[in-house]
Structure formats: structure tokens, C-alpha cells
Write a protein that binds this ligand. Structure first.
Ligand SMILES: N[C@@H](CCC(=O)N[C@@H](CS)C(=O)NCC(=O)O)C(=O)O
Length: 215
């Protein structure tokens, strides 16, 4: 598999961490997000959405980060990361769709306002953050309910659903995600997801850096 990605972005980190969890080998083709390479030929011929990531495997071209993880898990047959049992798979597929349609867009507002805008010399807009707060708390409350009952989203071990749902919150401190009212969600992120080797291998820090500073 060849993965076209910039490891600093939410959906690219998701794929790189997910492929590591799955144990799927790949070659990384770097597409520089802040240089806008995702909007340029020849990349847009692979992904006409002009967004990253994308994957090729032989003559198969695939975009949508969660579809890439589903394909990779099935390709290598990792049934722990993406169980074949009908009900467990339906549960995971539900979370993958919900992440893409609801959770990512809500967390993304915090990423843009508190990280991207200040980094590019602008200022975050409190009105935009205020307008998103109710939606964020509604969605975080749904995850909170699930994570109060069990260690991982789909049971007792991590699956691609955990990686997909963690990715939009990957810079939660810098994003200033309001997690105080969602203790189980916060613990899942800081004590479980962030302890996974696949998460640590794909570390991204404040300033969208992949270089840990030496102290
Ligand atoms: N639903 C897509 C979303 C992909 C996406 O929005 N990628 C962002 C980076 S995380 C992007 O490349 N946006 C285009 C841009 O900002 O120019 C997926 O999950 O792969």
C-alpha cells in the first residue's frame, strides 16, 4: 500500500496510527498540507476532493481515511482491530460513519480556531467557539456514556474505531477541547489511546510538529 499523507493532519495521523495498530505495511508519499500540495496535480488525479489522505494498492485508488482503515484491516486479516462478527462490525462501522459526519466536524472547529488561526497569525473567534459548544458537548456526551461502561469504544481492546475517534482530538490540549465534563472520554484519550504504541509512533505536537524537542 502507498499512503499519500501529511502526518500532521487529523485524517492522515488517523490512517498512519491505524495502519500501525493493524500491522499493515505501507510506503508513505508525503503530501505537504501547509504548502497546499493536496490541491495540485498530480495528487488531485488520485483524490479529486483535493484532500488527504489517499491510498493506492496496485490499481486500486482509495480515499476517505476510514475506508482506508477498513480495507487495510481486511487485507491483512486483523480481526482484533476490525472484528468480523456481524454485530461488532456494525458497531464499529457506525462509529466510523459518526466520526466522519459528526465528531470530526465539531472537533475541527476547535482545531481551526485555537491552533490553525493563531499559527497563521490570526486570532480565534470566541463567537465561533461558543456557537459550537453545545454540539461538542452533545457528541462528547455520547462517547462519555459508552466509555463509562467499557475500556475501549467497541469492547475490551482497541479497534480502528478508537483510532478514528481519537484522531480529531489528537491535539486536545492545544485545541482546548472542553473535556472537563467528560471524564471517561478524557481518561480514554490520555490514559489509553495516548499510551498505545501506534499513537506514540505517530506523535504530533503543538505547532503541528512531529519532532519531539530534546530536553
Ligand atoms: N473525510 C475525509 C476528510 C479528509 C480531509 O478533510 N482532509 C483534510 C486534512 S485532515 C484536508 O486535506 N483538507 C483539504 C484542505 O484543507 O485543503 C477523510 O476522512 O479522509
Amino acid at each position: 500500500m502507498q499512503i499519500y499523507a501529511d502526518p500532521i493532519t487529523v485524517n492522515c495521523r488517523k490512517v498512519l496510527a491505524g495502519l500501525s495498530l493493524i500491522g499493515a505495511p505501507y510506503t508513505l508519499k508525503h503530501v505537504d498540507y501547509f504548502k497546499g500540495e493536496q490541491k495540485l496535480a498530480p495528487y488531485v488525479e488520485l483524490n479529486p476532493n483535493a484532500s488527504i489522505p489517499a491510498m493506492t494498492d496496485g490499481d486500486l485508488v482509495l480515499w476517505e481515511s476510514n475506508a482506508i482503515l477498513q480495507y487495510a484491516a481486511d487485507k491483512v486479516g486483523n480481526e482484533a482491530a476490525y472484528p468480523r462478527d456481524l454485530r461488532r462490525r456494525a458497531d464499529i462501522n457506525r462509529w466510523l460513519l459518526w466520526e466522519s459526519s459528526s465528531w470530526f466536524p465539531s472537533c475541527y472547529v476547535f482545531l481551526v480556531e485555537n491552533c490553525v488561526k493563531p499559527l497563521l497569525g490570526g486570532a480565534s473567534d470566541p463567537a465561533v467557539l461558543d456557537a459550537q459548544a453545545a454540539q461538542f458537548h452533545k457528541l462528547a456526551g455520547i462517547l462519555e456514556q459508552r466509555l463509562q461502561r467499557q475500556a475501549w469504544i467497541a469492547g475490551e481492546q482497541p479497534t480502528i474505531a478508537d483510532i478514528a475517534l481519537a484522531a480529531p482530538m489528537h491535539l486536545h490540549g492545544w485545541q482546548r477541547l472542553p473535556l472537563a465534563d467528560h471524564p471517561a472520554l478524557r481518561r480514554w484519550m490520555t490514559e489509553r489511546v495516548e499510551a498505545l504504541p501506534c499513537w506514540q509512533q505517530t506523535w504530533v505536537g503543538e505547532g503541528f510538529t512531529t519532532q519531539r524537542s530534546a530536553h
